[in-house]
Design a protein around this ligand. Structure first.
Ligand SMILES: Cc1cc2nc3c(=O)[nH]c(=O)nc-3n(C[C@H](O)[C@H](O)[C@H](O)COP(=O)(O)OP(=O)(O)OC[C@H]3O[C@@H](n4cnc5c(N)ncnc54)[C@H](O)[C@@H]3O)c2cc1C
Length: 438
């Protein structure tokens, strides 16, 4: 690349989901307004869509089934984030995204849980579709082109990369979050936004595994608790989720742990540490569970408690311990429950002392999983924090501080759940930024 200055009407930084959508939407907006314009996309990696390629374990959970309002409710648990994303998700919805992909030959398939994936089972098919759309939109693309700084001089943005300089009338920042930094997301865009006077909420982990001070026993590693409650407690504050919990060699992962990781990271920041618990009967209150255990004990006095636990469904429906669609307490966990409750291996319901029954009950409702050592920011599928939403117009993604500066995607201070919500939010906010860039 030479040292000459190139001018564009619109310059987009970052060729991830948000940046690619922004560039394509800008071209469509120009077309519908009958405006001629030049659009440039700068990306520090050698190619576009690095994170999309690795998303969903290489299969890309590209979005989620449902109306925009259902997506907002399921995918974004914090009300301010939901409110902020509303216009974007209605403006460029999951069906708009699917139509766009279909226009380039990418069909999708819906799983029973509502997640949508490309039918090919290959995440790169989504990137290939977007690359074709970028070409068809005559977007000038520069790869291996890391933006070092941006300044505003008069009406123009001056963008400096290693070895090249660009000017633009409109700048769209789509540089992503800060997790999985090896994919190019090292927070450059946050520094640029800060240099323009934007407030940045400090980045923190989200959709990340939770590492414990003492790793779970090796015999539990790889084991899954289905539909259990996962809770973290610090100084009387409690956060929890229900879902599958996976024991790993460093702590916990699986949907419930990933979903709660953002809250856990925040608890740890606020209080220095947090303790983790699993609730094996999240549908039952303590009194209700005690009553059911007593009823069961009366009917099955000769049954060993150990045997009961080995066949006991987690989160059974109210009204008994009949097997349901949920999993059972894993056999490997039973010795830990017995030891923790100080129960003799052969104890039966009829020989179980009241105080032992009560300690078992307490354990079933709050099995201690240990103290949190770390919620590793870089291991998160996304990062929370970023450019404060109050400083960005949700109807256009334009900065409320610097006119003609647009911000979109994971760079913004929102964080979605697992299920295709984060890619959808990046595509939607990117599309909105591009559509309003004139
Ligand atoms: C392992 C993994 C799996 C995931 N799976 C899913 C999933 O299945 N479904 C889902 O919805 N979400 C998933 N996500 C989250 C999702 O991928 C992101 O939320 C989404 O890609 C964010 O899009 P973005 O465009 O905002 O940022 P990114 O996709 O991160 O794009 C930002 C781009 O900006 C570039 N850039 C940064 N700084 C500069 C600079 N200075 N100059 C030039 N370019 C720069 C980066 O190289 C990058 O290409 C996953 C994430 C990870 C890490």
């Amino acid at each position: 690349m030479n040292d000459t200055m190139q001018h564009s009407t619109i310059l987009v930084i970052g060729a991830g989901a948000a940046g690619m959508a922004a560039a394509i939407a800008a071209r469509r907006a120009a077309g519908s307004l009958g405006r001629s314009c030049s659009i440039t996309l700068l990306e520090r990696n050698e190619r576009a869509g690095t994170k999309i390629r690795i998303s969903g374990g290489g299969k890309c959970n590209v979005t989620h089934q449902g109306t925009p309002s259902e997506l907002l409710e399921k995918g974004f648990l914090r009300l301010n984030e939901r409110r902020f994303l509303r216009n974007a998700l209605y403006g460029f919805s999951n069906s708009d995204l699917l139509d766009l992909l279909r226009s380039r030959g990418v069909e999708t398939v819906e799983r029973v849980d509502g997640k949508l994936f490309p039918l090919s089972g290959d995440a790169s098919s989504v990137v290939v579709a977007f690359e074709a759309l970028l070409r068809a939109s005559s977007v000038q693309q520069h790869f291996s082109c890391r933006v070092r700084s941006v300044e505003r001089k008069g009406d123009l943005f001056h963008v400096t990369t290693q070895g090249a300089s660009f000017t633009a009338d409109v700048l769209i920042l789509a540089t992503g979050g800060v997790s999985y930094s090896r994919t190019g997301t090292t927070g450059d865009g946050l520094a640029i936004a800060r240099s323009f006077g934007h407030s940045i909420k400090e980045s923190s982990a989200a959709l990340a595994p939770v590492y414990t001070v003492k790793a779970p026993s090796a015999s539990l590693s790889g084991l899954s608790l289905r539909s259990a409650g996962f809770a973290a407690v610090a100084s009387g504050c409690r956060v929890e989720r229900q879902g599958d919990i996976l024991f790993t060699h460093r702590g916990f992962s699986g949907p419930a742990a990933l979903s709660l990781s953002r809250d856990i990271a925040e608890l740890c920041t606020q209080f220095g540490s947090a303790l983790l618990y699993a609730d094996l009967f999240p549908q039952h209150g303590v009194a209700e569970l005690e009553e059911q255990l007593l009823r069961h004990a009366r009917k099955n006095g000769a049954q060993m408690v150990r045997k009961f636990l080995q066949s006991c469904p987690i989160a059974p429906l109210r009204g008994g311990f009949a097997l349901t669609a949920c999993g059972t307490i894993p056999t490997a966990l039973v010795p830990f429950l017995m030891r923790e409750a100080a129960l003799e291996p052969e104890v039966t319901w009829s020989t179980l002392a009241k105080e032992k029954r009560q300690s078992l009950l307490a354990l079933l409702k709050g099995f201690p999983l240990g103290g949190v050592r770390e919620v590793p920011l870089d291991q998160g599928e996304i990062s929370a924090g970023g450019v404060m939403l109050s400083e960005v117009n949700p109807k256009s993604m334009e900065s409320r501080i610097v006119p003609k500066l647009f911000l979109c995607g994971e760079l913004l201070d929102y964080a979605g759940e697992i299920g295709g919500f984060n890619l959808q939010a990046a595509f939607s906010t990117g599309w909105m930024a591009g559509s309003h860039a004139f």
